[in-house]
Write a protein that binds this ligand. Structure first.
Ligand code: FAD
Ligand code: NAP
Length: 338
């Protein structure tokens, strides 16, 4: 029997701590609840918002929808060989806890993704990435409920249409509920290095050949030193994607800004959005109740009682300044709802 609650505060369920009220709210603990939840939404003519840890969402004050918080738990080894292990993880599992679990069991491939907030079920949505590794690198398949076909489907890695912070799930948010994610992890470790902050931290520790645990610990330490903890300073991580610009624009910018960080990308040249925002003078600035983090300009923070409109105002001003200064369009990374 479904327990739907009304006018529920989502303030503690989103890491920006925006004071959103859900008109209808329910928790999904198991796959067997899905059909009933979907039926309830249809009968009551409500859109559905699937909610994980709320760490990549910008919520409005009032949400006229059935908000379904996914809390299903479970980790199951589906198969194992000499080189790899295939693991199915329920969507409501906490991502970092799963990474910790994998490293402890010598299942390799996700150690660079330590300390990313949120749930396993949301990892495929924006194809989470950090320090040169993406969820797409280790996802084997995603088990979903397809709201168009009203049935369970299993999407293979290719069918998920993964791209930089993007996937079929982000493009069609009304179509799929992710029930579980199956990962293909390795049992032989190969370190993925090349990000200077991580490499420098390992060098400082005197570690030349890092183990997976060394890498995991370094990622955790570097992230804790640079990123605000949402529990003390509410935020949604990087607020903008790093823009990839055409070569011609990049070359003209490099003449004006020779110190501009840049990275080759298959589609052009990737610029560091945080650096662009910092150059516009936004780092550490306040705009009423919200602001830009004083150590990482890519992170917008909610200082005290900020609402969706405050975040939108700040975001628009930053976008405007970056466009005026560099001619570059920034795209918001967290999903605005509605
Ligand atoms: P939510 O915010 O709850 O949801 C995000 C989107 O996914 C929503 O559209 C929601 O409807 C949808 N969704 C959630 N669960 C499901 C489901 N089971 N089925 C279908 N749709 C679903 N991201 C990175 O990529 N790399 C980082 O390094 C990183 N660092 C971060 C650091 C901080 C401090 C913070 C606050 C955020 C960071 N993020 C990062 C962003 C965020 O943590 C990730 O995008 C994460 O995967 C979101 O998980 P969540 O459970 O909180 O999703
Ligand atoms: P950083 O190391 O200061 O680097 C700044 C930017 O430059 C990053 O965004 C990164 O792009 C890019 N970069 C740096 N070294 C690179 C290399 N060797 N090759 C390609 N690109 C390189 O970044 P940070 O802010 O401390 O974050 C560290 C990692 O965690 C990054 O991968 C970042 O994406 C991830 N992170 C993501 C979020 C989020 O909410 N999405 C929040 C915090 C951290 P990429 O972003 O493409 O890697």
């Amino acid at each position: 029997m479904l327990t739907v609650r009304h006018d529920v505060s989502l303030e503690s369920f989103n890491t920006l701590r925006l004071p959103a009220i859900a008109s209808h709210y329910v928790e999904l603990t198991s796959e067997s609840d899905v059909e009933e939840i979907v039926r309830y939404a249809k009968v009551n003519v409500l859109p559905i918002l699937w909610l994980g840890g709320g760490s990549n969402l910008v919520l409005s004050d009032r949400i006229e929808a059935l908000v379904v918080r996914i809390v299903s738990q479970g980790i199951r080894v589906a198969s194992q060989s000499d080189d790899s292990v295939v693991v199915e993880v329920m969507a409501g599992e906490h991502w970092h806890t799963f990474v910790n679990h994998a490293v402890a069991l010598d299942w390799f491939g996700i150690e660079n993704l330590a300390l990313i907030p949120g749930t396993v079920g949301a990892a495929p949505v924006q194809n989470i990435g950090a320090y040169g590794v993406e969820a797409a690198d280790v996802i084997d398949s995603v088990r979903c409920y397809d709201l168009h076909c009203r049935s369970i489907v299993e999407l293979g890695q290719q069918e998920c249409l993964f791209a930089y912070r993007d996937s079929i799930f982000k493009r069609y948010p009304d179509r799929y509920l992710i029930i579980s994610v199956t990962f293909l992890l390795l049992t032989h470790f190969k370190a993925r290095l090349g990000y200077s902050a991580l490499d420098e931290h390992l060098a400082l520790k005197g570690i030349v050949h890092p183990t997976a645990k060394d890498l995991f610990d370094s990622v955790v330490a570097v992230r804790q030193s640079k990123l605000p903890d949402p529990n003390t300073l509410p935020n949604a991580g990087s607020f903008f994607k790093n823009p990839v610009v055409p070569l011609a624009l990049f070359e003209s910018l490099l003449i004006r800004f020779p110190l501009m960080p840049h990275f080759k990308d298959a589609k052009g040249v990737k610029l560091a959005a945080g650096w662009l925002i910092d150059q516009c003078g936004w780092k550490g600035q306040y705009l009423d109740r919200v602001g830009v983090h004083d150590q990482q300009a890519l992170v917008l923070v909610n200082h005290s009682g900020g609402r969706r409109r405050d975040v939108d105002d700040l975001s628009e001003k930053i976008k405007h300044d970056v466009k005026a200064h560099f001619g570059v369009d920034l795209e918001q990374e967290p999903i605005a709802y509605p």
